[in-house]
Design a protein around this ligand. Structure first.
Ligand code: BG6
Length: 502
């Protein structure tokens, strides 16, 4: 008798459990561990998605004991996890957590990490598989990678690295980091995080495009007038002046998150959803991006203003920021993807801090109907069709269409067909880090950035920043709580277009 696959088990295949393993977090006393990483591990433990035999070693410079580390992590989970606190879930996770204090430059420290790890692996049966999470400052990077690389032993199980951003400061430094990684690790052992790829709605862009038959035929220059991608934040730099003063919006958001959103929106259908097929298509888009000339890029910096009812200082008044800083907190660009599908269809992108509110959206604006018989009746009420992907908040997708206003006559108005995650699925939207940490444990790099993508991203940013040396606009040039500098509006007005209304 032939056995048919049980259709009810279909979804379960997607929830393969990872091998037993240990997660070693370098830079464990930082904000990221508290706000994102531990809450993500807790959410995974809550859903029984972690390996049965699992251990965590936190490594950082801060002087503290394992007991102190575990109790601060418990507080972090209580404060930031998306699930209710359950003592049994936390305790099973906490039993496998250890802390090692070390200065990354001190080689003996690495011996202590190894000793702790080996002991813990024996206790927990974690099997010698190791996932190293590198949330360390750039100066410590090489030492940590070398120590891990030199200590790996053949037959130990797998060794993988998750590397946090920033991955370099420009193309040259990113290549240097890659050189360090490649001395000890193969590309499929390196997982460069861009947490936007872990967001449900960003992955939904792929589902929307490639799991539906109706969008792909019109997903091109013939039907799409232009694309707008917005990564707006209401928050400021949150005490990160040290990093931000040397990065600015172009390195912090544009180089990674924004360009990845462009790549996912513009890419060709991959032949399958394996890591290399998807990334091969994304990198082609990044290669096809023309360098925007000075007239196609706008930068800005916020002055004082009001955000969500609260008065906030200007960027230059933030602690640690130079009083005459010209670092940009806003960047907008008109990008062109120079290939067959997109030639002549601009991608307008913008990212900024201290804007009116938090909103990440991808708006696909279609061309107007070629011969609208109702033109004179529609008045100002009829706008072109827009497919709007709400990446966050209010995750969902909405399609703007023209509809007849009820009543006599033929008045047309734009209405929205909405799909909201909250309404369609009972399960809450997982945090990006849950998905990404789990994927790295499973060895699936589809949602991580490959070295050639990073290289292309920096290539574009280096060219943009190079052009900026010749001319700096007067800063600040937008008030906190607004939608950015006037020049960004002009960028679209010149083309007879405007940013989506908010
Ligand atoms: C980080 C940036 O990569 O992304 C931060 O360094 C930014 O400056 C953050 O605030 C935004 O992430 P999210 O998930 O809140 O959109």
């Amino acid at each position: 008798m032939s056995t048919r696959p049980n259709p009810l088990a279909e979804g379960l295949g997607l929830r393969r459990r990872p091998d037993p393993c240990a997660l070693v977090v370098f830079g464990a006393s930082g904000d990221l561990t508290q706000r994102k990483l531990l809450p993500a591990l807790y959410a995974l433990a809550y859903r029984r998605l972690l390996p049965e035999r699992f251990a965590v070693v936190g490594v950082a410079r801060t002087e503290q004991t394992t007991r102190q580390f575990v109790s601060s992590m418990r507080r972090a989970v209580k404060a930031h996890a998306r699930d209710p606190y359950r003592t049994d879930v936390w305790e099973s996770l906490a039993a496998g957590i250890r802390y090692v204090q070390t200065d990354f430059a001190d080689d003996r420290g690495e011996d202590r990490v190894s000793e702790t790890l080996e002991r813990l692996e024996r206790e927990r049966g974690a099997g010698g598989n190791r996932l190293h999470y590198l949330a360390v400052p750039p100066v410590a990077f090489e030492t940590v990678v070398r120590e891990i690389g030199e200590r790996r032993r053949a037959g130990d199980g797998w060794t993988r690295l998750i590397v946090e951003k920033p991955f370099g400061h420009d193309q040259a430094s990113a290549l240097e980091l890659d050189g360090v990684l490649k001395r000890w690790f193969a590309e499929d052992e390196v997982f460069r995080i861009d947490h936007y790829l872990g967001k449900e709605t960003v992955q939904n862009m792929l589902a929307l495009r490639f799991a539906n038959g109706i969008f792909e035929p019109i997903w091109n220059r013939q039907f799409i007038d232009h694309v707008q991608i917005t990564v707006a934040e209401a928050i400021g730099i949150e005490g990160r002046s040290g990093f931000y003063e040397s990065a600015g919006a172009v390195r912090d958001i544009f180089q990674n998150h924004l360009l990845q959103l462009v790549a996912l929106t513009a890419m060709e259908p991959p032949i399958d959803f394996t890591a290399d097929s998807v990334r091969n298509e994304k990198v082609k888009v990044l290669r096809a991006l023309a360098t925007p000339g000075p007239g196609s890029i706008v930068r800005g910096q916020y002055g004082r203003g009001w955000v969500e009812g609260e008065e906030v200082p200007s960027y230059r008044e933030e602690p640690g920021v130079a009083a005459d800083s010209v670092v940009e907190t806003y960047v907008a660009a008109k990008l062109s993807v120079d290939n067959w599908r997109w030639a002549g269809t601009p991608f307008y992108v913008r990212a900024g801090k201290r804007l009116a509110r938090r909103e990440t959206t991808i708006a696909i604006q279609f061309q107007r109907a070629p011969h609208p018989p109702f033109a004179e009746l529609a008045g100002g009420g009829l706008r072109p069709n827009v497919l709007l992907v709400h990446v966050q908040p209010n995750e969902g997708v909405s399609l703007a269409i023209g509809a007849k206003v009820p009543g006599a006559g033929m008045q047309i108005r734009t209405v929205h067909m909405d799909f909201l995650y909250g309404g369609a699925f009972r399960e809450g939207v997982p945090e990006a880090y849950e998905r990404l940490v789990l994927d790295a444990m499973l060895g699936d790099a589809t949602l991580f950035t490959r070295s050639d993508e990073v290289e292309e991203q920096w290539n574009l940013v280096d060219a943009i920043v190079g052009g900026w040396r010749r001319h700096t606009p007067r800063m600040p040039n937008y008030a906190a709580g607004t939608w950015g500098p006037a020049a960004a509006d002009q960028l679209l007005h010149r083309d007879g277009r405007s940013w989506r209304r908010h």
